[in-house]
Design a protein around this ligand. Structure first.
Ligand code: NAD
Length: 430
């Protein structure tokens, strides 16, 4: 297999492999092989110094056969059109895997938001929203947060939309603050959904959480919550990392403590290090060592959870991965080449399109509440999330067993099958 260099090529390699397994017609392959609509804009906003800044802003609407387009908005220097297209395609698959009535989309602004003040961030977010306002809506395309976008940013966007359109639009966008149409449980939903899947896998594989050593790459929203859920369930968190490096301990780490120090110092090494100066005595006392981001992926552990960026496990490092189970909490952390090698090694991979679908599932609950005016309790959200995640896991497992294929292949089969079925009954593909 030639090395797949762009995120879109990697995402499409997974999607296209299901076209053959499902024996799709040429017309169906062509339709699903590209986005339905691609919006490319120049976002202009004022810097605090009065000068104007221009950055590229995208919204890719991949497929809406099963319902309104749905997908987050990412602010990142690497958020180019290829990345946004890949994430939009994966969203279409994800909403179909968990069988919620949405299609798939993604938005992105190619910018480093850490270089912007709060006021600049607000002006940029409102300017982007104005550019896409005619192409989104509760029945058309429902955005949400993604990397570097927050409930506050969703609030600015909903407010801007309501102002320019002169409407009340509680279901326009999800991931909003609780005080402005958000849903209980949305903040932890991605990790909670992934946790339910691991719990079920442990039951099936007769694994006891108390015997599991877990490494988490990326101690952000999703990764830190996941580490806390697993620690509370008795698993041992042996390593965690963030963009500044990682820590490892054979006797186990306390993720709540790490969370506290990261909030204070900005790094998972915060309880031991101030910048590059580290307290070696304390590290020794706690039987903890500093590791690099690359080391984390190769740590001796039972479960590895990539929860940072895409393409973390590739043909370069996959041979050194020791975990027996990998749960993809990030989007696209394993390249197709590495995935094939993991399959040969017998590693169980829970694919991103299911593993991190808890986020979009609770976004769906938020959209339902926004449309109905209803307000769900935290218990109701938890119960419904668990029901949907376990049903999707069960569907994927049955398909994998029936066809003798991997979980990823099964998830893509189910999703592409559901999307094509909707396209057929709508008469889009003859
Ligand atoms: P986040 O920005 O809160 O966290 C990302 C973390 O990864 C940060 O701690 C960052 O320091 C760390 N990181 C960056 N580069 C790293 C590297 N090279 N090595 C180790 N750590 C590194 O983002 P998030 O919301 O937690 O999202 C993480 C991943 O999960 C993304 O791929 C995102 O698309 C996916 N995801 C998130 C959600 C959600 O609801 N938060 C839903 C679905 C998918």
């Amino acid at each position: 297999m030639p090395t797949l260099t762009t995120p879109y090529e990697r995402a499409m390699a997974f999607i296209r492999s299901s076209f053959d397994r499902l024996k799709l017609s040429e017309k169906e392959r062509d339709f699903l092989g590209m986005p339905q609509k691609t919006l490319k804009h120049t976002v202009r906003f004022k810097r605090d110094n009065g000068k104007e800044m221009e950055v590229p802003g995208y919204r890719v609407q991949y497929n809406n056969a099963r319902g309104p387009y749905k997908g987050g908005i990412r602010y990142h220097p690497a958020a180019d059109i290829e990345e946004v297209k890949a994430l939009a395609a994966l969203m279409a698959i994800k909403t179909a895997v968990v069988n919620i009535p949405f299609g798939g989309a993604k938005g992105g602004i190619q910018v480093n938001p850490k270089e912007l003040s709060k006021g600049e961030l607000e002006r940029m977010s409102r300017a982007y929203l104005r550019l896409i306002a005619d192409d989104i809506g509760a029945d058309i395309d429902v955005p949400a947060p993604d990397v570097n976008t927050t409930p506050q940013i969703m609030a600015w966007m909903r407010d801007e939309y309501e102002k320019v359109k002169g409407v009340y639009a509680p279901a326009l966008i999800t991931g909003k603050p609780l005080s402005y149409g958000g849903s209980l449980g949305r903040d932890r939903a991605t990790a909670r959904g992934g946790f339910f899947i691991l719990e079920q896998l442990a039951r099936i594989e007769a694994l006891d959480f108390k015997d599991l050593r877990v490494a988490v790459q990326g101690f952000g929203n999703a990764g830190s919550e996941m580490a806390i859920f697993l620690h509370d369930a008795g698993a041992q968190i042996v390593a965690v990392s963030d963009s500044r490096g990682g820590i490892h301990s054979k006797v186990g780490l306390d993720p709540l403590r790490i969370h506290k120090y990261k909030a204070k110092t900005g790094s998972v090494r915060g309880q031991y290090c101030e910048g590059s100066v580290c307290d070696l005595e304390r590290l020794k006392l706690d039987e903890t060592e500093l590791i690099s981001n690359e080391d984390l992926l190769e740590i001796d552990c039972d479960v590895l959870i990539p929860a940072a960026l895409d393409n973390a496990i590739t043909e370069k490092n996959v041979k050194n991965v020791k975990a027996k189970v990998i749960l993809e909490l990030a989007n696209g952390p394993i390249s197709p080449e590495a995935d094939a090698i993991l399959q040969k090694k017998g590693v169980i991979v829970i694919p991103d399109v299911l593993a991190n679908a808890g986020g979009v599932t609770v976004s769906y609950f938020e959209w339902v509440q926004g449309r109905s005016g209803d307000y769900w309790t935290a218990e109701h959200v938890e119960r419904e999330l668990k029901r949907i995640m376990l049903q999707a896991f069960d569907d994927m497992r049955s398909e994998a067993k029936r066809k003798g294929i991997t979980y990823r292949e099964a998830a893509f089969n189910i999703a592409v099958g559901r999307i094509v079925e909707a396209m057929r009954v709508r008469g889009w593909v003859g």
